[in-house]
Design a protein. Structure first.
Length: 179
């Protein structure tokens, strides 16, 4: 049964984001800064066969600064129709492989490139939201790779909720937890 649950969790993450309206397309990425938790919504762009979650961001963003200082991170997913929660935790690194970076950057469509070319870095205070300036010369695109070390599922159902945890170090063997 644990093996089946692991496959389900893995499939939901690996293929869910491909569907535009799938709730796992969006997730909540938590990092830590001086022992303070910091969380934000991000789009899941890919999950590799080796269970690495892929996110795109601006290389000047606060999350990149924080994750360079402390790479530990957790991502939360919730599927309201299936009543399924998934948590994935591990260390985040920045993708450096040029070929892979180009592959992902080519997926950015049309005006979405604006997310990576603001003249001032993300989080810079501005007086008016219409006054954001862009610099086409410099694309601050980067790819965050969260290598999942632990994956936790919580399936809400009656009579028993099913909570499970799988760890890379245990070859994803898995165990049930009290919900
Ligand atoms: C629906 C939604 C999707 C988002 N997707 C991303 C994303 O994929 N990458 C990203 O860097 N920020 C994304 N954001 C913005 C972040 O939530 C956040 O506000 C921004 O990245 C700055 O975060 P930081 O200061 O912690 O770096 C998204 C926001 C929303 C509401």
């Amino acid at each position: 049964m644990l093996c089946e649950i692991f496959k389900t969790l893995r499939n939901e993450l690996q293929f869910g984001y491909l569907k535009r309206k799938h709730p796992f397309r969006y997730c909540y990425l938590a990092s830590a800064c001086d022992s303070r938790p910091i969380i934000r919504t991000v789009v899941l762009r890919d999950m590799t066969k080796d269970l690495e979650l892929i996110f795109f961001t601006d290389s000047r963003s606060q999350k990149v600064i924080q994750l360079k200082q402390n790479p530990q991170a957790e991502v939360l997913f919730y599927h309201p129709k299936k009543l399924l929660q998934i948590k994935a935790s591990g260390n985040v690194s920045l993708l450096t492989d040029e070929e892979k970076l180009n592959y992902y950057q080519n997926k950015i469509q049309g005006p979405s490139i604006n997310d990576y070319i603001t003249k001032e870095p993300p989080s810079t205070p501005i007086n008016n939201p219409d006054w954001v300036e862009y610099n086409n010369e410099e694309v601050n695109f980067c790819v965050l790779v969260l290598k999942i070390e632990a994956l936790e599922g919580l399936q809400l159902k009656r009579p028993n909720h099913i909570r499970t945890r799988f760890k890379r170090q245990d070859s994803w063997k898995g165990e049930f937890l009290v919900p």
